[in-house]
Design a protein around this ligand. Sequence first.
Ligand code: PGA
Ligand code: ZN
Length: 420
Amino acid sequence: MTTIDSVLGRRVWDSRGRPTVEAEIRLAGGATGRAIAPAGASTGSGEAVDLRDGGPAQGGYDVRRAVDNLSGPLAEALRGCDATDQASVDRRIVAVDGTPAKSNLGANACIAASMAAARAAAAALHLPLYRVLAGDGAVGLPLPEIQIFGGGAHAGRRIDIQDLMVVCPGAGSVAEALDWTAEIYRAAGALMDETHRRLGVADEGGHWPDFASNEEALEMLVRAIERAGLAPGDEVVVALDIAASEFGRAGRYRLALDDRELDSDGMIEMLLGWTERYPIRSLEDPLAEDDAGGFGRLMAAAGDRLQIVGDDLLVTDADRVAAAAASGNANAVLLKPNQRGTLTETLAAWRAAQTVGMDGIVSARSGETEDTTIVDLAVGWGAGQLKVGSIARGERTAKWNALLRIEEREQAPLARPRFL
Ligand code: PGA
Ligand code: ZN
């Protein structure tokens, strides 16, 4: 009843108006599951391949080959496989692609198939997906990490920092954390309007800012928290995704907005200065993906009080996670399923992190859709933190609203990550 009967590829649209890949899987018993691949803009060089057609149509971003790969070779490989055995589904996906980076069939086709199989299995079992993943045990809810200002590759590089986010460790529930964040988002918008600093909405729903310096963004964020009537550093803390691979290479970092060029130690000094002046508790990709040494020095200086998150550095890869832990280069891993192409490999990265006591953040991409599978992953795997962008734009609120429904159903406690 849970064997895969058919796999269909479908070309659908993402939040940047680009084509993307949807997989629809039907099981012998009639249950179906659907899932859509997201897409990044500030991608790490070690990510699995997001297969695009190139050429003039859709700016080269079309996915007709990836869609055909789903309906063709992937469908053939998966037919007859038991959808409730995710590991064997994903082994077949890895085998039929046959390349380390899924460059043959495309990680976008592969992750859509992998997630659709999980959804079909949950439908056949008449259970929510997070429940299938968690088993019978109690679940904890991930603490939301929510964007207020977008920057970097998500806002025309108007500021260098990519994501300025708030986390509400003082909130008693997901519902309360979202309430507080919406007040901060609104206060930030009003403050920006007063000083003519708001240009619009960035790729992940945060305000698209027109600040004079990167530090002005931090000042404005703290003022917005205060104007919302909340206590910065206590009820609400700040998390940054520097996405430093976008402006740093070979130990040189060029902050265009501040007209500054820093070496690796200069970057570390600047970031540590910020953490003294602002209630920052988490730094994602504070240094470039080719600067593991810089990560190590930052960890040595502040890894006992700050969450240092590897995104481009670790690209959801279990081996890289283990190596980073052994060299002390990060204490948390960002988990993006499409960076690897299957759920099993994504889970392996999280298990590798848990084994060595690292924290985890399940994350969306800057190009998203209404698909909410990552919410189930964050809850079902007990990742402790969830990052899906801001509290505006439907592809973002689809995820927060899914998390609210899970909270209502489970009445489960909010996770309390170490550094937040
Ligand atoms: P991306 O951004 O999806 O464009 O890579 C998200 C992130 O860097 O965390
Ligand atoms: Zn990132």
